[in-house]
Design a protein around this ligand. Structure first.
Ligand code: MG
Length: 175
């Protein structure tokens, strides 16, 4: 059976962070924080998300360097599912974005990612990584190293898309 690869979008494939930071002109302020609301002009998350929706950030953000080629390489190693916590209103712009970059694979929204029962997860979110370690028994996990996360003992680190693909290949062979 082809392995299932649960691939995160924001912070792994799509550079959401750079896009909103550029538009708000906040530079790298608070880049090491997962919870970044205090570096934005917004008081509440709902205001940030309303703004992001109006600005079409999910539709316009750039892929990380090597991500497009990397996702295509992953799709040769297994079945790619994007697992994302993006809000539901972002579905249309997410689909457009995937089509524009020619990396269309199924997108699963708003799920506790371990429920996808993927064989391999590629993720940057600190809380998601913890959750995966706790619940996804036997799955391999790649932590994509970003300023807002920390090493997790059970995860294999990858700093960029070259390392992601190399690690994925190795981990899937071990399965
Ligand atoms: Mg992420």
């Amino acid at each position: 059976m082809r392995p299932i690869i649960g691939l995160d979008l924001d912070g792994v494939t799509a550079d959401f962070s750079t896009e909103w930071r550029t538009r708000l002109g906040v530079g790298d302020a608070g880049l090491g924080q997962w919870d970044f609301l205090n570096v934005t002009p917004f008081k509440r998350w709902v205001e940030f998300w309303d703004w992001a929706r109006e600005e079409h950030i999910f539709g316009d953000c750039p892929p990380y360097p090597g991500a497009v080629e990397g996702v295509k390489a992953l799709s040769k190693l297994g079945t790619v599912w994007y697992l994302t916590l993006r809000p539901h209103w972002a579905k249309a712009e997410t689909q457009e974005w995937l089509e524009a970059h020619d990396i269309v694979f199924p997108v699963v929204y708003d799920v506790a990612k371990w429920l996808a029962r993927a064989d391999l997860y590629i993720e940057d979110g600190p809380f998601v990584l913890e959750d995966l370690v706790t619940h996804s028994r036997g799955a391999k996990i790649i932590r994509v190293v970003r300023p807002w996360n920390e090493p997790v003992q059970e995860c294999v680190d990858a700093r960029d898309w070259t390392e992601i693909v190399v690690a994925a290949e190795r981990l899937l062979k071990e399965k």
